[in-house]
Structure formats: C-alpha cells, structure tokens
Design a protein around this ligand. Structure first.
Ligand code: GDP
Ligand code: IMO
Ligand code: MG
Length: 431
C-alpha cells in the first residue's frame, strides 16, 4: 500500500508536518524529487527540525527513510543534515539512498546563480542551490550519480568529461577560473565516499520487496503542483515533477501502487520567487499573514508572498495529481481577520473561468473573482475537535471542500503534531 503527499500550491504548505503525522502509520518514507531547495519543518514538543534532503518521517525509529532516484543531492549538505540529526539524538542508520540519484557538484550552484544574474529582472528567484543545472545535466546525460561516488575511476572519468564543457563555459563566457578535477575528486571521493557508501544501494528492489511483504510506503513530495516543471507556471517553476506522477518515476514504484494521494493546501496561499499569483495581496493583510504565519523561507529566509485561497488552482491540482483527499493547514493564521476571501473563478478577457487557463499569459492577466466569508476572530491553537471550532471556521473549510470537490481529511491549527483536527471524512491513508 502506498500513499503520496503532494503540495497543491507553490510550496511550503506544511507537507513536512503531515508526512511526520502520517509516518506514525507507515514503514517507509520516500523522497522522490527535488533536492535541498526543499525545507520541510517538523515540530515535536517545541523542538523544530528543518529537513532539506532527508524524509520527514526520519524522526520515528520504526521508519526506513529512502532517498529515491529522482532526487538531486549535494552530498556535503546531506552529510551535514545527517550530522545535525545525530547531534539531536536522531539516528539515520536505516537510511537508503538510490545509486541512481544525481549529484549536485560545486559548479551547479554557481551556474544557477550565473543564469539568474543573466536573466536580470526576469530572474526566477531560484534557491540558488544548483537544482536546475543538476537536472539539466541529468537530461543532457552528463550528470554524475550517487553510485559514481563508489568507484573512483568512474567518478574521475565522468567528472573529467563534464568539466571539459563546464570549464569552457566558466572561462570563456563567465570569465572565471576553471574548476580543478583533482580538487573536486579529493573533496568528494575521500570523505563522501567513506561516509555515504553504507547508505547507497538499490532502492527499487528495496521498495518492491517492502510492498510485497505488506509494508506501507509514504511518498513525500517536495515543492508543489504549481512549481512542477510540466504542470506549473513555467518558467517560474522548479526543474522536477513535483506532482503525484513524479512519485513513480522518482522511485521506481509504478502508479498502480499509489492508493491514496493526499494534497496539502494552506488555508491561504504563499509563494517565494517570481511568477504569476492571481490572488496575491500587497496590503496590510499580506503583512499580517506574513507575521502571524511566520511566512519566511525555511532555508532561504526569504519573505513569502501571500494571497487568498484560490479554488481554481486547487481544482487543477486535484486533477493533475488525482487527489483522493485534501489537508488544509494553517487555518489558525486566519484567526484575526474580520472577513476572508476565497477565489472561486478567474475573469480573463471578460470571460469567467472556473478551470485554470492553459495559456501562461492568461494566468498573468487573470482577475480573481471572490466569495467573501466572515472571519471568526478567535485563536484556534488549543482546539482538539471539529465540534469546538467556531462556526465561521467550519463554514470556511466546508466552503473550500465544496468548491474544490475533494474530501478534506485533516485541518492544521498550529505547527505541533497535536494541533491537527480530524475532519468529517476518514482519511484513506490511515487504516
Ligand atoms: P513544507 O515545505 O510544505 O514542508 O512547509 P514548510 O515547513 O516550509 O512551511 C510550513 C510552516 O508552517 C512550518 O513552519 C510549519 O511548522 C508551519 N505549520 C505547518 N502546519 C501549520 C499549521 O496548521 N498552523 C501553523 N500556524 N503553522 C503550521
Ligand atoms: P518546499 O518543498 C517553496 C521555488 C523557488 C523558485 C523556484 C525555482 O519546502 O515546499 P529552484 O531552486 O527549485 O530552481 O527554484 O521554486 N521553490 C520553492 N518554493 N517551497 C519549496 O520547497 C521550493 N523549492 C523551490 O523559490 O521560485
Ligand atoms: Mg518548505
């Protein structure tokens, strides 16, 4: 049995918190795309863990954490993260990393930054972690993979080939010093090889044997539907498939195994980086959401853009991910507002559209049409049951459920595990 968790907006919906909650009932948690552009927060007893590469289920000793083939990994960052968890008493001993996952090497973040500089005011606002260049090298078939760390000769040979082209770019176009083959080899082969070798292996066989023996798998999406390379607001996207299909290609477990697809949506919307955002606010309400919701990047600390909930986007996310259920997070953050708006359709060139326009420029011109609901103006943080919520909060969530057409299984009212309310539909993901 496999469950997939995906972001349904532009990221930072609270995927980490829900993966951690669902992981109580799982055996394996698998990351399948992205890299350390992700920042997934788990808060347990007021202790905050910000995970970038390791699956959020890693805090439970019963979980086998897996890094799938679809990820791009900076091995130095991975080792730091393993050390960071070790210093907090969390063991990564059971971690398994696909030998087919691609490596982020020092020239990738540098290229990322150079491309952004060249784009000037049209820059994407990437995390500058080298994600795009590493996936580009994978597609160009000049990337190095985790398994190459295990064989010094192959690593050196492949890196030499890659550097011949990269160094031409750096010296001729970007006018900087070339990268040294021996320096990178020294740095990566010595420490990374010894440190990471025990974790690297065949995760496809591992996951299939787990499924065959009745184990439960949880796939943890990073980024989100509207940052998906194919289905997002291109070019203002990341370079991987963050939608549910990515769980299959990024792990080697086919789509038939995925029984539940859980979409995570914030009760409002945030976005970091550039790109269209029809319901974006630039007034005092935006400032309020940023402060109350602590809307600053988990890793990059950038201020997140904020706006009203958009059901046009969610209907699209429901389709492209085949969502079976929806989780609404951060309802508590709306607690001080007198009234709340929800976008139910776009007006584009005089036409009302309830479904997402296929053309990117229409998305830039979309004027949101809102339905207004009363706020509840109360704090929700200590509420345990749905029946104790203010009626306006219940009405707000029910309105979202009806407009999106996907059953809501949980509602988040705070960052802690316990600050989670079971909604009326029993979740498919938990027995
Ligand atoms: P992810 O990238 O989707 O895992 O989300 P992030 O961890 O980047 O950002 C979500 C932030 O919201 C984190 O700081 C979480 O601790 C926090 N969070 C998650 N759910 C809730 C919630 O229901 N209410 C509040 N107030 N905070 C939440
Ligand atoms: P989680 O998993 C929010 C955004 C960047 C930028 C675009 C491309 O925590 O939800 P990239 O470095 O990936 O090439 O940047 O994608 N972005 C995210 N925004 N949450 C994330 O991850 C993100 N990962 C990338 O801000 O706009
Ligand atoms: Mg995040």
């Amino acid at each position: 049995m496999a469950t997939v968790v995906v972001g349904t907006q532009w990221g930072d919906e609270g995927k980490g918190k829900f993966v951690d909650i669902l992981a109580q009932h799982m055996d394996y948690v698998v990351r399948y795309q992205g890299g350390h552009n992700a920042g997934h927060t788990v808060v347990v007893d007021r202790q905050r863990f910000a995970l970038q590469l390791l699956p959020s289920g890693i805090l439970y000793p019963h979980i086998t954490p897996v890094i799938g083939n679809g990820m791009v990994i900076d091995p130095l960052v991975l080792m730091e993260e393993i050390e960071m968890l070790g210093s907090k008493g969390i063991s990564c001993q059971k971690l398994k990393i696909s030998g087919n996952a691609h490596l982020i090497l020092p020239y990738h973040p540098e290229l990322d930054a150079a491309i952004e500089r060249n784009l000037g005011k049209n820059r994407l606002g990437t995390t500058k972690r080298g994600i795009g260049p590493a996936y580009a090298d994978k597609a160009l078939r000049v990337g190095l993979r985790m398994q190459d760390l295990l064989d010094e000769d192959i690593f050196r040979e492949k890196l030499d080939l890659a550097l011949q082209h990269k160094n031409l770019l750096f010296t001729q176009i970007y006018k900087r010093a070339p990268y040294s083959l021996s320096e990178i080899c020294d740095r990566y082969l010595k420490r990374c090889k010894t440190y990471l070798a025990p974790y690297i292996g065949d995760t496809v066989t591992l996951l299939h044997e787990a499924l065959e023996s009745g184990k439960r798998l949880l796939f943890e999406g990073a980024q989100a539907t509207f940052l998906d390379l194919d289905h997002g607001t291109y070019p203002f996207v990341t370079s991987s498939n963050c939608t549910a299909g990515g769980a299959s290609t990024g792990s080697g477990v086919g789509p038939r195994a995925m029984q539940s697809i859980v979409g995570i949506a914030k009760a409002y919307i945030t976005r970091v980086g550039s790109g269209p955002f029809p319901t974006e606010l630039s007034d005092a309400i935006a400032d309020h959401l940023v402060e109350k919701g602590h809307e600053y990047g988990t890793n990059t600390k950038r201020r997140r853009r904020c706006g009203w909930f958009d059901t046009v986007m969610l209907r699209y996310a429901a389709r492209v991910n085949s969502l079976t259920e929806l989780v609404i997070t951060k309802l508590d953050v709306l607690g001080d507002l007198a009234e709340l708006k929800v976008c139910v359709a776009y007006q584009i060139d005089g036409r009302k559209m309830r479904q997402l326009p296929y053309h990117q420029s229409a998305m830039h011109r979309a004027v949101p049409l809102y339905h207004t609901l009363p706020g509840w103006q109360r704090s929700l943080g200590d509420i345990k049951e749905r029946r104790d919520l203010p009626s306006q909060a219940v009405d707000y969530v029910e309105f979202l459920e009806e407009e999106v057409g996907i059953p809501i299984s949980w509602v988040g009212i705070g960052p802690e595990r316990e600050q989670t309310i079971k909604w009326n539909t029993p979740t498919h993901a938990i027995p």
